[in-house]
Design a protein around this ligand. Sequence first.
Ligand SMILES: [Fe+2]
Ligand SMILES: [Fe+2]
Length: 239
Amino acid sequence: MAFSEVNIHSVVDLVVTTLDAKDPTTFEHSYRVAELTEWLADAMNLPRSRREALHIAAHLHDIGKVGVSDPVLNKVGPLSEDEKLQLQSHSVIGFNILNRLPSLARLARFVRHHHERWDGLGYPDGLAGESISLESRIIALADSLDAMTSNRPYRYRKTYEWALQEVQDHAGSQFCPKCVEILLSRKAELKILLYHSRQQAQERHNAYVGHEELMHSRRVATQDGFLEEAPSTWLSESA
Ligand SMILES: [Fe+2]
Ligand SMILES: [Fe+2]
């Protein structure tokens, strides 16, 4: 095959697999965010070409974390101001990586703005309202929802109900109100999606095919103090 025939999806898969090798936790998070954004885009009836771009951007939204040092990335406990800035730089680093390829330039902007907030208090550019692309607003919502419902080195995940309340409380400040309205109108469907995407993400570590034990030891080593999964009654909670 000539290099000119390499499919963009193959390039994206290669980059996502690189992220998995560096940071399996972020890889799993990104997988779930991609599933969530796809579902939200579908609920919004976005055309197929936009849904496809959004899905890829969601898989790559935290790719800039490859440029953040492991001690900062895996720190258990509060970050210093300098460490916060280092961590926040991932959205611009991700933009700079993806913007190298002209066919990914649009996605690069979605990634750059996935930590902007509806009220203009986000980063890196302090955009507000509809000056933030709809794609970035969708990723921001899916990103926060997944972060709240996932374990972190310093805390157990929140319940599904708690996370939805948080999303509702911050509609119009942190989150796009229209995106939140659509998400909350399909709560039961969302809960099942969150559960299944969690399981699927754990099975997709292509960087470790044939070296599963390495992935396991790495995850343990880099997450000193990581809390074990809480006994989960998650799916049996009321929707
Ligand atoms: Fe991020
Ligand atoms: Fe994220």
